[in-house]
Design a protein around this ligand. Structure first.
Ligand code: G4P
Length: 530
């Protein structure tokens, strides 16, 4: 195998999802610790109150303790080169999560052992299921009182509709969390010291070992023997193919806080996940081993660093090798260009990189030319990766600057944030440049918008809620090329004609019923959802 192939083969790229507080940040940090990317836990996630995880860039995240944007970290472990994509835990940002999942080959779902499936787990899981990517479950916080493990599995299956396969099984919980039983090797991994800030230590003992009673206690030993019998009789067969199609979720138990079970998880997970997968570009399939470089933009984030007012486009390398000295072709822009200041986030720091391989995520300086979903490839090629679907906004507000003198900054800020994909902006045919109609998927995005306009553009916003919930693009069926005029349409009071910033016309509706009503009375229009 060439160096090039082995570089791609050793890459693993996954996203991590959870309901807030289940332990996503702590687990990510422990991965970095085991990978040697940080020397001691606590470097990624700050002390109580500050909650300054590396992955949290924005002040608002620190204030609210939620992760609003997703970020990327890379580390090495036992020969693998691993890219972790963090995702926002709050459902209002599930579109962001979806885009991040587009860049991942699998997902790790963190569940709190005392709480089981929570509201955001359900929502985020749905987003994963839309992509059919492999989902690995880590049942966390076993060092605390936990719910019955069988009950947790059953809940995952009934609530999320995915079959589960416990790869290991916990021995006790809370203070009595002694270790996990590895079903494949039939060995017990007995945790001997609480890792905390450093890696945990463990010893392996075979199931029938006479010392087991002494190690884990006769009661837990008996319980384990009974549970293994039950498990072997009841649980689904392990089927790697079904795992890879997102139909069967391998389940692991552990405690990110004490590090127990983190390493066993990593070891199995890395073997079960695949090297970077091929990607579709219309009729073509681009294999990660293709010699030519290709990538797509899945996220754009402005002003990550307040000191440098920069805008970063994150792209997933899909094939070949990225070489900072070589020109690439930006398909949507129709231009050859050199990607400037390509960087990667390594644990606590951003680093400028010279090369990256399929599976890697790079952030490049974006002078305002990229949009989400854009393809970059080797000059001479012209394929486009399949587009990243957008979620239809469900909440709308009329927004303007409180200070009319700040119209320019206001528009700039709104347009930039819209380009990042966090909001969608519209205008009415008669409104000037003073106000914008903003549509979002989750209302928290309005808070982020308000905060960012104030902090990054120095603009205070006036916002007014609008009673619309649905949106449809308009296509004329009467053969006339001109845009439709409001006076020529028969619209109810809860329907509004607007335009997006590319000049496409659309209608906003207050109810599903209003959509049918409008369709019936305006036969010259076809209403399209996308
Ligand atoms: P999140 O990113 O999913 O939102 O969760 P995060 O890792 O921030 O963890 C949320 C809280 O749960 C933190 O406590 C963290 O220490 C704790 N935690 C994470 N994993 C475990 C675990 O395996 N066992 C136990 N017992 N606790 C765990 P906090 O009080 O909010 O913050 P901190 O002061 O501990 O940092």
């Amino acid at each position: 195998m060439s160096k090039y192939e082995s570089e791609i083969n050793r890459r693993r790229t996954f996203a991590i999802i959870s309901h807030p507080d289940a332990g996503k940040t702590t687990l990510t940090e422990k991965f970095l610790l085991y990978g040697g990317a940080i020397a001691q836990a606590g470097q990624v996630k700050g002390k109580k109150n500050t909650r300054a995880a590396t992955s949290d860039w924005m002040e608002i995240e620190k204030q609210r303790g939620i992760s609003v944007t997703s970020s990327v970290m890379q580390f090495q472990y036992e020969g693998y080169c691993i890219n972790i994509l963090d995702t926002p835990g709050h459902q209002d940002f599930s579109e962001d999560t979806y885009r991040t999942l587009m860049a991942a080959d699998s997902a790790v779902m963190v569940i709190d052992a005392a709480k089981g499936v929570e509201a955001q787990t359900r929502k985020l899981f749905k987003v994963c299921a839309m992509r059919d990517i492999p989902i690995f479950t880590f049942i966390n916080k076993m060092d605390r009182e936990a719910r019955d493990s069988f009950e947790l599995l059953e809940e995952l299956e009934t609530e999320l509709g995915i079959e589960t396969y416990p790869v290991n099984w916990p021995i006790g919980c809370g203070k009595d969390f002694k270790g996990v039983y590895d079903r494949e090797s039939q060995k017990i991994i007995h945790f001997t010291s609480n890792g905390g800030a450093k890696a945990a230590t463990a010893t392996e003992v075979a199931l029938g070992d006479p010392n087991l009673d002494g190690l884990i206690g006769a009661v837990l030993h008996q319980k384990l023997t009974d549970e293994i019998e039950l498990l072997d009789g009841a649980s689904a067969e392990f089927d790697l193919d079904r795992v890879r199609h997102g139909k069967l979720s391998p389940v692991f138990f552990g405690s990110a806080l004490t590090n127990f079970g983190v390493e066993p998880f990593l070891e199995h997970f890395l073997k079960m996940t695949t090297a970077p997968l091929p990607r579709k570009a219309g009729e073509e399939v681009i294999d990660s081993m293709d010699e030519d470089f290709s990538a797509f933009v899945f996220k754009i984030q402005a002003n990550m660093n307040k000191a440098h007012r920069d805008r970063i486009a994150f792209m997933r390398v899909c094939s070949g090798r990225f070489d900072a000295d070589k020109e690439v072709y930006h398909v949507q822009g129709g231009k050859k260009l050199r990607l400037s200041r390509p960087q990667q986030l390594m644990a606590a720091e951003r680093e400028i990189i010279e090369e990256a391989y399929a599976g890697d995520i790079i952030g490049v300086f974006d002078p305002g030319i990229f949009s989400i979903g854009d393809t970059l490839c080797a000059p001479g090629k012209k394929f486009k990766f399949d587009p990243i679907p957008t979620f239809a906004p469900e909440h709308f507000r009329r927004v303007r600057s409180l200070d009319t003198m700040k119209r320019k900054q206001f528009l700039k800020g709104m347009e930039q944030i819209a380009q990042e994909g966090a909001i969608q902006i519209f205008k009415t045919p008669y409104s000037g440049m003073e106000e914008v109609i903003v549509g979002v998927v989750g209302t928290l995005q309005f808070d982020v918008l308000e905060y960012r306009l104030k902090n990054e553009y120095n603009v205070d916003l006036y916002m007014e809620g609008l009673p619309y919930e649905y949106l449809r693009w308009i296509e004329r069926t009467d053969g006339i090329e001109e845009p439709v005029k409001e006076e020529d349409l028969n619209l109810g009071t809860d329907t509004k004609l607007v335009e997006d910033y590319k000049g496409n016309q659309l209608l906003l509706f207050g109810s599903q019923w209003a959509i049918h009503w409008t369709e019936d009375r305006n036969k010259q229009l076809k209403l399209l959802e996308f």
